[in-house]
Design a protein around this ligand. Structure first.
Ligand code: HEM
Length: 472
């Protein structure tokens, strides 16, 4: 890092110490009653957290059905859940029900919801698709859509942009290029519309689900999710059929994730994925990779708009980057730190849960089989015992030299252990490249009040998040 940048860091650090703490729901004084719990589970679960969650390493409560559940924010205990005793903690039924909502009977199970041997086989088969060397080959396909988007803002003389929908469109463009080489280009609008409808309906925890009502009980609002799933299944079937025909005809297939999925083989058995498994995993990669990355980018720009010295430091770093975007992740410590700090304060996945399969002891609490164990990045990343000035935006925590002091199990935007996000390297590379491309060209400034935050599987602004943009 150059001496000049070091000076910038010092100045920026002082600015950070002045203390910009973005708006967030105030923790409740005590646990909500059962009706409020049901209401907020559907409306906005992050409003359920109490002050004790942010102060205590572990909080034991009873859920609406009377079952015991633990919220764990002790790094050692989290390590036990995700790594040391991971076999004892399976994804729980409520989470799987929410993630599978609208999925037709007989659909294959994608990596995100698969369990047991199916999960192990799928993970082994997909892992090479996300190996660092392969992800690096996508760098240019990540850069071009980000550059084009900023150019479009200025070409149409925009002074303000809806940053959340712009980032949703940008991550769609990037996924479309890297997953299936824009083969659905004509359907881009339909794609964005159906995905938004699906996330809107599956992202809500239906009260019947929270109460563990049987499958036949009708869940109002799930009809739209089902219609969106049907739309996706048709689009994906068409994509797969066309690509299979290209490969069968001996023509050169594009070097994207779809081709890799069709040719993927389990390194242990040599077996490929079945047709329903290919469709389910293509859908999973789109759904899991789209909204999460869009929210990470949107929140980072929201925070940088309100921390101008950090924004300037990131923009000057962006301007100094070399010609090959595949190296930017390693060459842009300031941009990377801004992205990581944004995912600390606004983790795109704010909540993870598991069900214990047998007895264990977590942070001094004895648990039996069937206990719901929650690890909530929203809570963990703002925990009083783990972070200095937890509410303050200060990317300096993630600069080289300081980053190494953060406990691995105190910061979990991508989860940990065997079920860690398979797209982590892809998302970090995409995030840094997209931010660099945007910050090089545009200066962002806030408009109006800070947004309210809503938790719907991912963490989003409740209303459109608008930022002023000006050419740099
Ligand atoms: C900033 C962006 C992203 C964030 C914050 C994020 C976060 C996460 C988290 C927290 C998990 C673990 C959930 C748990 O253990 O309960 C996860 C799993 C997963 N993610 Fe991501 N993700 C991001 C981007 C992506 C991308 C770009 C892809 C693919 C293109 C992807 C695909 C997946 C898949 C398939 C899983 C399931 C892995 C398994 O269970 O083996 N994610 N992600």
């Amino acid at each position: 890092m150059s001496a000049m940048l070091d000076v910038t860091h010092d100045r920026v650090r002082q600015d950070g110490e002045a203390g910009f703490a973005p708006r967030a729901p105030r923790p409740r004084a005590r646990t909500a009653g059962p009706l409020t719990q049901l209401f907020l589970l559907a409306r906005n679960p992050i409003e359920l957290w109490t002050q004790a969650h942010f102060d205590e390493p572990v909080v034991v409560e009873r859920g609406v059905t009377g079952g015991r559940f633990l919220t764990v924010s002790d790094p050692q205990a989290i390590r036990r859940i995700f790594v040391d005793n991971a076999a004892n903690y399976e994804k729980d039924a409520l989470q799987l029900r929410v993630l599978r909502a609208g999925s037709p009977a007989g659909a294959g199970e994608g990596l995100l919801v698969a369990r047991g041997e199916l999960w192990r086989r799928t993970r082994r088969t997909l892992a090479p698709l996300f190996a660092p060397r392969r992800v690096a080959t996508f760098a240019r396909a990540m850069l071009a859509p980000a550059e084009a988007r900023a150019e479009r803002w200025f070409a149409r003389g925009a002074h303000a942009v809806a940053i959340d929908s712009e980032m949703t469109a940008l991550t769609y463009d990037i996924l479309s290029a890297t997953l299936f080489s824009d083969a659905l280009a004509g359907d881009a609008n339909g794609f964005a519309r159906e995905l938004a409808a699906l996330l809107e309906s599956i992202g809500r925890v239906h009260p019947f689900d929270a109460l563990a009502a049987p499958d036949w009980a009708p869940r109002i609002g799930q009809g739209r999710a089902r219609a969106a799933r049907v739309w996706f299944n048709d689009a994906i079937d068409r994509l797969v059929a066309e690509r299979r025909a290209t490969i069968a005809a001996g023509a050169a297939a594009p070097p994207d994730i779809l081709t890799a999925l069709l040719q993927a083989a389990d390194p242990e058995t040599g077996a490929g994925l079945s047709a329903p498994e290919i469709a389910a995993n293509l859908f999973t990669l789109i759904a899991a990779g789209h909204e999460t990355t869009a929210r990470a980018l949107g929140w980072t720009l929201h925070l940088l708009a309100r921390a101008p010295l950090w924004q300037d430091a990131a923009a000057s770093e962006a301007r100094g980057l070399g010609a090959d975007p595949a190296t930017w992740l390693d060459e842009a410590p300031v941009i990377r730190a801004c992205l990581e700090e944004a995912m600390r304060l606004f983790p795109p996945v704010p909540f993870m849960s598991r069900a214990s399969q047998g007895p264990d002891r977590l942070a001094g609490v004895e648990i039996g089989k069937g206990v719901l164990v929650c690890v909530a990045p929203w809570v963990l990343h703002r925990h009083r015992l783990l972070w200095d000035r937890p509410e303050t935006f200060d990317p300096a925590r993630f600069l080289p030299g300081a980053r190494e002091r953060i406990d691995r199990f105190a910061y979990l935007p991508f989860g940990a252990g065997p079920r860690i996000c398979i797209g982590m390297g892809f998302a970090m590379q995409e995030g840094v490249i997209a931010l660099a491309a945007l910050l090089r060209r545009a200066r962002f400034a806030p408009i109006g009040e800070e947004p309210d935050i809503v938790h719907r599987i991912t963490l989003r602004p409740r209303r459109t998040l608008r930022l002023a943009v000006a050419a740099r």
